[in-house]
Design a protein around this ligand. Structure first.
Ligand code: ACO
Length: 331
């Protein structure tokens, strides 16, 4: 393995957006048969943010994207490729990326969505990396925007306590030195799709009164199976990303794992050989915001001065599909 691989692209700006409305565990106690102790012990979540009814993925993504572009010193018209990761597109057609493009005025970009659930933002970084490295453009904007509250069954206590809404974004340019993406490892396994999915409302089972009554358009999850696979896949994601970069846990300044569950985060850190002091955690405040979790955490960690130029981070994600990703980045 190459020690210190030369990066092709670097992150030159990040941004985040979380809605103002806070939904606490105490609020959920009034909605379903649950309690704060159970939720905190099993997940580490204390509260999550819920978007306004009139606030969609594109709007949330635009807020995060504007901040990322501002930090990068990039105008919307300079963006060549705009990728949106979302499991909650505002509409089936066109893509949320095209709606976001219009909101931003990023009229010179090619814009499209990717659907890779919680791993989607990391998948998007690699798509952008390839586009820029191929010389097809100079500036990429990769956004994750998730309104998980819109696909949550608010009567299902096994899932409704887990999710929250948020958006995160990054601007990428071709690397000029040793800063940038050092390694990436992406995988998926469609055989396990039905462990975490929305059965109805798509082309196979179009929306109907029956789908609505059965709540087939909302998230269904086999929690224990998802948990087991998440631990295994996050270990593969982080371990292989480290190996591909020729790094070990000792070389990592901060682990930014997908924020689904504190127990999954602890298992991932242990496997990667990274002490919990070097693990960024905000699952307690935001819950699982799917693919927005990592860019939101990265932007927070930068703002808090925990990471900065030259810092090496490891990220790892796991989500529906299943999909999983690991990445090392020198910021
Ligand atoms: N409050 C109180 N009790 C509950 C709740 C709740 N909110 N939810 C379930 N329970 C009960 C169950 O009914 C069950 O009761 P029983 O024993 O009487 O049948 C008991 O708690 C245990 O249920 P389990 O599902 O076995 O609980 P588990 O310890 O597995 O924890 C959890 C559940 C937190 C969902 C866990 O399985 C998990 O974290 N799974 C992974 C979820 C995840 O990360 N999903 C997203 C990853 S992909 C992505 O990010 C999109």
């Amino acid at each position: 393995m190459v020690k210190h691989p030369k990066p092709l692209v670097e992150i030159v700006g990040t941004g985040r957006y979380v809605p103002d409305r806070v939904l606490t565990n105490a609020d959920l106690e009034k909605m379903v048969e649950t309690n704060d102790e159970w939720i905190v012990e099993r997940t580490g979540i204390r509260e999550r943010r819920i978007a306004r009814d009139d606030e969609g993925a594109a709007q949330m993504g635009a807020e995060a994207a504007r901040k990322a572009m501002e930090e990068a010193g990039v105008e919307p018209g300079e963006v060549d490729i705009l990728i949106v990761s979302t499991a909650t597109p505002d509409r089936w057609l066109p893509s949320t990326a095209c709606d976001l493009q219009a909101l931003l005025g990023a009229g010179n970009a090619m814009a499209f969505d990717i659907c890779a659930a919680c791993s989607g933002w990391l998948y998007g970084l690699t798509m952008a990396e390839g586009y820029l490295a191929a010389g097809r453009g100079e500036i990429a904007l990769v956004v994750a925007a998730e309104k998980m509250s819109s696909i949550t069954d608010w009567e299902d206590r096994a899932t409704c306590v887990l999710f929250g809404d948020a958006a995160g974004a990054a601007v990428l340019k071709k690397a000029t030195g040793d800063r940038g993406i050092l390694s990436a490892h992406h995988k998926s396994d469609g055989n396990l799709a039905d462990l975490l999915y929305r059965p109805g409302g798509g082309a196979a089972i179009p929306m109907s009164e029956e789908v609505l009554v059965d709540k087939g358009h909302l998230v269904k999850m086999s929690g224990r199976e998802v948990f087991k696979n998440a631990v295994r896949s996050m270990a593969d994601a982080s371990g292989t990303a480290l190996e591909k970069a020729g790094l070990t846990g000792d070389d990592i300044d901060l682990l930014i794992p997908h924020q689904a569950n504190i127990r999954i985060i602890k298992a991932t850190a242990k496997y990667a050989g990274i002490p919990m002091e070097k693990v960024y955690i905000n699952v307690d405040r935001f819950g699982n915001t799917s693919s927005a979790a990592i860019p939101v955490a990265l932007d927070e960690a930068k703002e808090a001065g925990i990471v900065g130029p030259g810092t090496v981070i490891l990220t790892a994600a796991f989500g529906a599909g299943f999909t999983w990703s690991g990445m090392t980045i020198r910021l």
